[in-house]
Write a protein that binds this ligand. Structure first.
Ligand SMILES: [Zn+2]
Length: 481
């Protein structure tokens, strides 16, 4: 069965046919690095990791790009307030972001371009838009994208020249209110957006030279320049949070198609800037929109500090279908912990049953069922259902002694393929440290000598180390608490 996905551009679920298979270009709008990432951001980033992993599972050679927005109003304000050079300030939060991605088990994108390394490409795109009469310079030295000029430019063959490809817009209504609402009086039309922002005193030494004077790029043009530079003029998948669909992604389309890509050729080729657009829905936290004033604002670091693992946060962020609004709760993290424990317990038993056996027997149904679920617009909730059906059936079969070593090895191999997409990895702290193993041996000896008081003391010492003793038919075992 082919992979199908909901393409915001078509407003429909479509079969996924990349431009030049098996290669797939995947771009995800990355973080603005002025602070630590919060879990609302990470829902999108973990989803983009899932998309990449599933495409790889299906045999595509993915080129995964995620930009780092390292110049922006909030960043400039913090740089000014803290007196830290831009690169130093944003470098610190970029490093923190990458550590967070690692903690969440995300594969690092192949390219993590920084906006400030692509200023030349942005200037090239803006210059072509000015040359084509679609962008205009205002007296202060800023450059705006002219929506009306773009919409009136059908004379260029191959250009959709349609503003509102991702969202339906009512321009006449907008026009009626624009005089009242517009606070930037220099713009021709309220929807016009800045491609280049002229330098103002508050920018300090954060500025670049351009044909229009000193200044810095607008946010939208950054993503166009970086995606086109790394994935070529016209690529397969662009992904982001649903709040970015308008205006950010709409503006990316308009300026990229109007400029004809970095090479100026798209326009004549009837090839869109991006073939498939995916948007991940909002995350609610404890039933509400996340905000600092409501006390439901969590960075990933907050949650790790409360004793949860990146693996548990990942499981919860991936619990629901990406297009469904998801309610993230701390209680849900306890549920994620329990869900992971069920999987870990099942795979540990399989590992024990498999020993050194080589996988044999019919291919386990898990891979087929899971793959089919993800093929249907990355339906991860159906994927989880397949996983937990498998856990239940496997536990039952293990208890009934129906799984021999070869079969256990085959089931484990199936789980590992599925986990290549889910990205949970093994429970990393599974291996008990030498100190805990020594204590366990001492406890066994104490019990043998009927020194039960000593055995209890050792149990307490183990507990302090984070390990519990479980007495099984095969003797005592250590279990991480
Ligand atoms: Zn973007």
């Amino acid at each position: 069965m082919a992979l199908r996905l909901f393409n915001t551009l078509a407003r429909a679920t479509e079969e996924f046919v990349p431009i030049a298979p098996p290669r797939v270009g995947l771009y995800c709008c990355g973080p603005t690095v002025y602070d630590f990432g919060h879990i609302g951001n990470f829902r999108t980033f973990v989803f983009s990791d899932l998309v990449r992993r599933h495409l790889e599972f299906r045999g595509f050679a993915v080129n995964h790009v995620m930009n780092i927005t390292d110049v922006e109003d909030k960043i400039i304000r913090r740089v000014r307030e803290t007196g830290t050079p831009l690169r130093e300030y944003t470098g610190r939060f970029t490093d923190a972001f990458l550590q967070d991605l690692d903690a969440l088990g995300c594969r690092r994108p192949h390219h993590l371009p920084r906006a400030t390394d692509h200023i030349d490409g942005m200037i090239r795109l803006i210059a072509r838009l000015v040359e084509r009469g679609i962008a205009y310079r205002t007296p202060d030295g800023s450059v705006y994208f002219g929506i009306e000029k773009y919409r009136a430019s059908e004379r260029w063959p191959g250009c959709a020249c349609r503003y509102g490809q991702l969202v339906n817009l009512n321009f006449d209504e907008q026009r009626a209110t624009e005089r009242v609402a517009a606070d930037e009086y220099e713009k021709d039309h309220i929807a016009d957006f800045a491609l280049w922002k002229a330098r103002v005193p508050d920018d300090g030494d954060v500025f670049w030279e351009s044909p229009w004077g000193q200044g810095r790029p607008g946010w939208h043009i950054e993503c166009s320049a970086m995606s086109l530079a790394l994935l070529g003029d016209g690529f397969d998948v662009h992904l982001g949070g649903e709040d970015l669909a308008f205006p950010h992604h709409e503006d990316e389309i308009a300026q990229s198609e109007a400029a004809g890509g970095l090479e100026g050729g798209l326009w004549n080729e009837r090839r869109p800037f991006v073939k498939y657009w995916l948007h991940a829905a909002h995350l609610l936290v404890e039933g509400k929109k996340m905000s600092k004033s409501l006390g439901n604002f969590h960075t990933l670091r907050d949650l790790l500090g409360r004793g949860y693992t990146g693996r548990e946060v990942r499981q919860l962020l991936l619990a629901a279908h990406y297009r469904d609004t998801f309610n993230f709760t701390v209680e849900g993290l306890d549920g994620a912990r329990a869900a992971l424990a069920r999987i870990d317990e099942c795979t540990a038993k399989l590992r024990e049953a498999a020993g050194n056996a080589v996988a044999a027997g019919p291919a386990p149904a898990l891979v087929t069922a899971f793959g089919a679920a993800l093929d249907e617009d990355f339906n991860v909730s159906r994927g989880w259902a397949a996983v937990f059906d498998w856990v239940r059936d496997t536990n039952r079969a293990l208890a009934a002694g129906e799984i021999d070593a070869a079969r256990a090895a085959a089931e484990l191999a199936a789980w590992e393929r599925v986990d290549g997409v889910l990205g949970l990895g093994g429970k990393s702290a599974e291996e008990a440290p030498a100190a805990a193993v020594a204590l366990l041996e001492a406890r066994t000896a104490a019990k043998k000598a009927k020194d039960f008081a000593r055995a209890d003391t050792i149990r307490a010492e183990l507990k302090a180390l984070g390990w519990a003793v479980e007495d099984t038919a095969k003797g005592p075992k250590l279990k991480k608490t």
